[in-house]
Design a protein around this ligand. Structure first.
Ligand code: AHM
Ligand code: MG
Length: 353
């Protein structure tokens, strides 16, 4: 018998992959690599908590609201604590913006060269019913001098300044997908070994697709252009697929081709999704994979953020489909006219020790 068949190689671990990529840049200090490893470690811990959620008392509402006025789930709070702690202990990050915290979080690492924007657990309304959820993150190099706390200018950079971005999907398997601006790679978690292994090298998204993902429950308040685009998708007999969990909808469309849309609606006048830790990181990934992301008229990554929790309409996926959507809403100002809405006052914010 062929010895190789008896013991197949397990493949490249995320750690080794990150290390090899770093070797391509002789002057790299290794800090970004370490930061990515910190995120992967926190993701493993969060993955463990999610997998146990039916067994111990960590499912359900926490009894508080985040800055967006949304009910926090216990796992939202747990994930927030895990990621912030990992980033704080790592030492590379001076400041964090998290979906779960009103204010910028100062880690105390004033020498840290990076800032991170993170949605620690996206799609959290799906936690209790065993539907895929995710973590989304975006990494920027700070623009203010080191040696002091990070500033608003460090945190409010346009998406074009991202040095890395990624997501973790906690689904039928757990995966981490990330880019540092040189293509997109996906890693699948092997539970028994406790490692992420390279499973999806150099992801390229199809130029077009036959899936559209939008919450049609809000269709009464779609602008005419968005409504016309949805009708176009139906006329083409596209499949409607909407999990209601952004990372899961995005991940499927990235691999299979399709478009995800969260437009302005009566309830969410600037769209629902947040520019800094939902839209921009996924926009960076989709562009690196050959796709496109826009607010209807403008490239997502070129929007100049004004506030940390800013929302924007979101059209993301296969290039041809996003361009088709843009053509429908070209003269439809309502669809893309996003202004940062004033954020509701949080009833209680999480604090991480
Ligand atoms: P969250 O960050 O509070 O979980 O909200 C974001 C989620 C996305 O994952 C998902 O695509 C969207 O909200 C679903 O919203 P809706 O229920 O309005 O369709
Ligand atoms: Mg979210």
């Amino acid at each position: 018998m062929d010895h190789n068949k008896l013991a197949l190689p397990v493949g490249t671990t995320l750690d080794r992959f990150i290390m090899r990529k770093q070797e391509d840049f002789p002057y790299a200090t290794g800090e970004l690599s370490q930061l990515l490893r910190d995120i992967a470690l926190a993701a493993k811990i969060v993955n463990r908590e999610i997998n146990r959620s039916g067994l111990i008392d960590i499912a359900g509402a926490y009894g508080s609201q985040n800055v967006q006025g949304e009910d926090q789930q216990k796992l939202d709070v747990i994930a927030n604590i895990r990621f912030i702690r990992a980033l704080r202990n790592g030492g590379e990050v001076c400041t964090i913006i998290s979906e779960e915290d009103d204010e910028m979080i100062q880690t105390g690492n004033n020498q840290g060269k990076y800032v991170v924007a993170i949605d620690p657990l996206d799609g959290s309304s799906n936690i209790d019913v065993n539907v895929s959820i995710g973590t989304i993150f975006s990494i920027y190099r700070r623009v203010s001098p080191t040696g002091r706390e990070g500033t608003a200018a460090d945190c409010l950079q346009p998406g074009t300044h991202q040095v890395a971005a990624g997501y973790v999907i906690y689904g039928s398997s757990t995966m981490m997908v990330y880019t540092t601006g040189n293509g997109v790679n996906g890693f699948t978690y092997e539970h028994s070994l406790g490692e992420f292994f390279l499973s999806h090298p150099d992801i390229i998204t199809p130029q077009t697709g036959a899936i559209y993902s939008i919450n049609e429950g809000s269709s009464d308040s779609f602008s005419p252009g968005v409504a016309a685009f949805v009708q176009y998708c139906k006329d083409q007999q596209f499949s409607a697929r909407y999990i209601g969990s952004l990372v899961a909808d995005f991940h499927r469309n990235l691999l299979k081709g399709g478009i995800y849309v969260y437009p302005a609606t009566a309830k969410n006048k600037s769209g629902k999704l947040r520019l800094m830790y939902e839209c921009n990181p996924l926009a960076f990934i989709v562009e690196q994979a050959g796709g496109k992301s826009s607010n209807g008229t403008r490239r997502t990554m070129e929007i100049e953020p004004q506030i940390p929790h800013e929302r924007c309409p979101f059209f993301i996926g296969s290039k041809e489909l996003v361009e088709k959507a843009e053509s429908f809403i070209a003269n439809d100002k309502e669809a893309c006219d996003h202004k940062p809405a004033p954020e509701p006052t949080p009833k209680k914010a999480t604090t991480v020790k």
